[in-house]
Design a protein. Structure first.
Length: 144
């Protein structure tokens, strides 16, 4: 069994995180904008206006964690499922379950998001999380 190549894991995690950050930005700002405006209206909260650099920092930290964990899952799954795209897809699905499927569902009964918004987000993020994990995993090579 090879040792984990931490520099390659970090590189792959950063690439996966960048893809997640960009695709989530497009998803939430373009595809789901009206859904989010409805959420804010339902909560009686003002919708965010303009680009807030602090907000982007929080989103960046979240996506960095998401990307790093997706690639860490891939690296640890390699010994069980063999290296390659099939294992990267499985790792992406596991990360998606944790971050996009089960994570946000807790906010539905609290009224923070709707079932429709959750389903749309989860559906699109399944695809983008798999793509991000495939890209990050492609950069990973075991340490020898």
């Amino acid at each position: 069994m090879s040792k984990i190549n931490w520099s390659r894991l970090i590189l792959g995690g950063i690439v996966a995180a960048a893809i997640c950050f960009l695709t989530d930005g497009l998803l939430h700002e373009m595809v789901l904008k009206s859904d989010w405006l409805a959420v804010f209206a339902n909560l009686g909260a003002p919708a965010p206006t303009g680009e807030n650099p602090t907000s982007m920092l929080y989103f960046g930290v979240f996506e960095l964690g998401r990307g790093m964990i997706a690639i860490f899952i891939y690296v640890t799954m390699r010994s069980l499922f063999s290296p390659g795209p099939r294992t990267a897809v499985l790792a992406g699905v596991v990360a998606w379950i944790a971050f996009s499927l089960t994570g946000p569902v807790q906010f539905i009964p609290l009224g923070f998001i709707s079932n429709a918004l959750w389903i749309k987000m989860a559906g699109i993020q399944l695809f983008t999380t798999i793509i991000a994990t495939l890209a990050g995993a492609a950069l990973y090579k075991d340490q020898r």
